[in-house]
Design a protein around this ligand. Sequence first.
Ligand code: URA
Length: 240
Amino acid sequence: MRLDKFLCDCNLGTRSQIKKDIRNGQVSINGSVVLKPEQKVDEQEDQIYYKGQLCVYEKYVYYLMHKPAGVVSATEDKYDRTVLDLMGDDRREDLFPVGRLDKDTEGLLLITNDGVLAHDLLSPVKHVEKEYECHLAYALDKEQKNRLEQGVDIGEKALTRPALVQIIEDNKITLTITEGKFHQVKRMLYAVGNEVIYLKRLRMGGLRLEPELPKGSYRRLTEEERIQITEDLNDRSGYF
Ligand code: URA
């Protein structure tokens, strides 16, 4: 990879600033100052110093964001702010959100540059659980609950897979699903004669949104969480 991209991925500044710093002799590779931004580096083997500090390259990065309403789950958008716009200095060119939450949905969103993990988490055959808090226009009755739990017709080829419903208050439930169809939760509630007026994702597999993480902020996954999501993909015993 090019030296300037390497330094950018290490989050050391904008590409143009980094190019300037390289040309000004602020970067060394294996003990020799390098003046060319396009110089090729081996990110695993080379010892690269930027302004006297050793740079450690992380190939894959994983963030858990508390998505606020009003931003879109995309890498760029003509009209709206995106979740990546919230990432400030941690933004890397190769980051993307894993799946989509609607613009008005809040809650847990995984952001990474690990395409294989993202693909697996979204794969319809992996059935990773997604748990949502839903505030409803009307109290959920027994029949609606049963239908959600058994599978409903939302206009797709097949009924939705069985879901798990927990009633918190009359108009407030958690719904756990193992698919990720477009607007799925809203369409499921609509199909049983109800309506979602507020939606928040609380959990994806073993990753849970902690109440302390403020809306619009994000943090790195812990090592345990990274191991946990890989295990979620292999262990399907918990799925209903
Ligand atoms: N289901 C929805 O309807 N919207 C979301 O944002 C996520 C799941």
